[in-house]
Design a protein around this ligand. Structure first.
Ligand code: DX5
Ligand code: ZN
Length: 242
């Protein structure tokens, strides 16, 4: 089955001294979503940025802000990220005691909800969540750092999650994050992914290379031809504000 492929560059690999400019450059280069990796130095062994940075970036792009929260506890900060302009809030089940409640809170804030599965977290975790969520993120590296090697063991999980989504029948995105390059991108799409997060592969070579890097990821998959609208009919908060 052919479905539109969306590319979500991870700003983790951007030049942090010029983040606003980088977001604009990546959007003009063809990014569908902007993937923002929030790390707390506790849930994962690295520290990045918080809601104020998301807020500062919001005026720079109308694309979907896909905020990947690698923080624990996550519940107390959901509201801050929602107010900062996130469109999608993706959480790890391990980041709080009641993931179903976390999803309910995200939805109550009017945002899309995603669930991220670490490499050792089974797809079965989704059994009682699929009716509520908008995205499943299969981590193909352990979270915390860009530039790690793709774990091909996760392709089986991508296939299993695709089957679960099909039998659930709801429009849920299936995203893969970590070690994505044109070769692994092809495998992920073949396994059923429709959103690819890529940091190193998109930002390599600097701004002059972004468009070609994104095109290489799209071209790697036979399903190519991602939408030019920010993806799958979802409205970003910037679009909703218009
Ligand atoms: C890892 C992050 C990823 C990462 C991807 O914890 O969630 O988004 O930045 O980077 P690459 O594409 O370099 O593996
Ligand atoms: Zn991420």
């Amino acid at each position: 089955m052919t479905r539109p492929l969306l590319i979500a560059p991870s700003m983790l690999s951007a030049d942090f001294a010029r983040l606003g400019e980088e977001v604009r450059a990546i959007e003009s280069a063809g990014a569908d979503w902007i993937h923002l990796d929030v790390m707390d130095g506790h849930f994962v062994p690295n520290l990045t940025f918080g809601a104020p940075v998301v807020r500062a970036l919001r005026p720079h792009s109308a694309r979907m802000f896909d905020v990947h929260l690698m923080i624990a506890p996550v519940d107390p900060l959901l509201c801050a990220f929602a107010e900062a302009g996130a469109d999608m809030l993706t959480v790890h089940p391990e980041a709080g005691p009641h993931v179903h409640r976390t999803v309910q809170r995200i939805k109550a804030l009017g945002k899309k909800a995603g669930i991220a599965l670490n490499p050792a977290t089974p797809a079965k975790m989704l059994d009682y969540l699929l009716d509520e969520i908008d995205l499943v993120l299969v981590m193909s590296v352990n979270p915390g750092f860009g530039g790690q090697a793709f774990l091909s063991s996760q392709l089986r999980k991508v296939e299993a999650v695709r089957r679960a989504i099909e039998s659930c029948g709801r429009p849920i995105h299936l995203q893969v994050d970590g070690g994505i390059d044109p070769s692994t991108a092809r495998s992920c799409v073949a396994a059923g992914a429709d959103v690819l997060v890529a940091g190193s592969a998109v930002f390599a070579g600097g701004p002059a290379a972004y468009a070609a890097n994104i095109a290489a990821l799209r071209g790697a998959s036979e399903t190519g031809g991602a939408s030019e609208t920010g993806g799958a009919g979802m409205k970003t908060s910037a679009e909703q504000a218009r």
